[in-house]
Design a protein around this ligand. Structure first.
Ligand code: SF4
Length: 309
């Protein structure tokens, strides 16, 4: 089957093919919260990147399709080296993860040899392998608190770094990368959304700029936002990529969630389409690899995080 054959199929035909093939091959599909809803609906698990990578390591399936961006599939491979990890579109990168190269981080380490390198999970395997400890947006504050007075180099997101610095007072050199989706949120967006939905709580991802984060009722990761809506059952303005809001509307009955910005869309997250997912599952494409020496060092940084939080 050529790729054009998948393109000529209807959504229903593609969904049936995906369900049939994944069952036949024992494949598990993981979809990030920012994936298109039609992809989320076909996934065995939906969640944030670390949550999904841990699931990849835990499930008995030997082949995993990770519907997300490259650093996420790499993280799954780091935690589940014996498994075949596939990504439906190998061009699905993350500009934030790509904002720092291994050479740039090496240079920083040489310049500041006594600092601890804390890297956000949104980094390449190379960057994780050069880090002392990894963190997520959900546990970054706890990880830095645990480092108890150590001087830090934080990569790559400046807004998350800034938020952690304000919460902990730690001495941090922060790499100036950012996520273009969250970086575009403004104070005016919050004011407009609050005017439209005065009873709604404002939930903002820490990758958003500090003046937007300052207006939030809750600063949280995607999993934190999901949990908030599930537990509190109150209307909420969702300050992250719109895919999470679609997931909440689909999965949490009677939820009332509104986007902070309608067009908060991550282009590369949406590279995964039904034809590409069908091709990935049927033809077992595209396999993600991480060199073993890089993987071993990266997994130590991830384990260190797990020991701390
Ligand atoms: S939303 Fe931002 S951080 Fe997440 S994958 Fe897209 S560009 Fe990267």
């Amino acid at each position: 089957m050529g790729y054009n054959d998948y393109l000529s199929m209807s959504d229903d035909e593609l969904a049936s093919l995906i369900i049939e093939e994944k069952k036949k091959k024992g494949i598990v599909i993981l979809a990030h919260n920012y994936q298109r809803l039609e992809i989320q609906k076909l996934a065995d698990y939906v969640g944030d990147s670390l949550e999904l990578s841990r699931i990849a390591a835990k499930v008995p399936a030997q082949t995993i399709v990770f519907a997300g961006v490259m650093f996420m599939a790499e993280t799954a491979k780091i935690l589940a080296p014996e498994k075949k990890i596939l990504i439906p579109d190998k061009e699905a990168g993350c500009p934030l993860a790509e904002s720092i190269t291994a050479d740039q981080l090496r240079e920083l380490r040489t310049k500041y040899p006594n600092r601890v390198v804390v890297s956000y999970v949104n980094t390449t395997a190379d960057i994780k392998s050069l880090s002392d400890v990894v963190c997520t947006s959900a546990n970054a504050v706890k990880v830095v608190e645990h480092l108890d007075g150590e001087k830090i180099i934080f990569v790559p997101d400046r807004n998350l770094g800034d938020w952690v610095k304000r919460c902990t007072g730690a001495d941090m050199i922060i790499w100036q990368g950012s996520c273009y989706v969250h970086e575009r949120f403004t104070v005016e967006d919050v004011e407009r959304a609050k005017k439209l939905h005065p009873d709604a709580a404002v939930l903002v991802h820490p990758e958003a700029p500090p003046d937007v984060v300052a207006l939030a009722d809750l600063v949280a990761s995607t999993s934190g936002m999901y949990k908030f809506v599930q537990e509190k059952r109150v209307p909420a303005i969702i300050g992250t990529e719109v895919g999470l809001m679609e997931r909440i509307r689909h999965e949490i009955q009677d939820s009332k969630v509104y986007p902070l910005k309608d067009d908060a869309i991550c282009k590369t997250m949406k590279y995964t389409t039904l034809p590409k997912l069908a091709r990935s599952v049927r033809e077992e494409l595209f396999e993600v690899t991480v060199p073993e020496d890089v993987r071993e060092r990266a997994v130590s940084a991830v384990r260190r995080m797990t020991e701390m939080v």
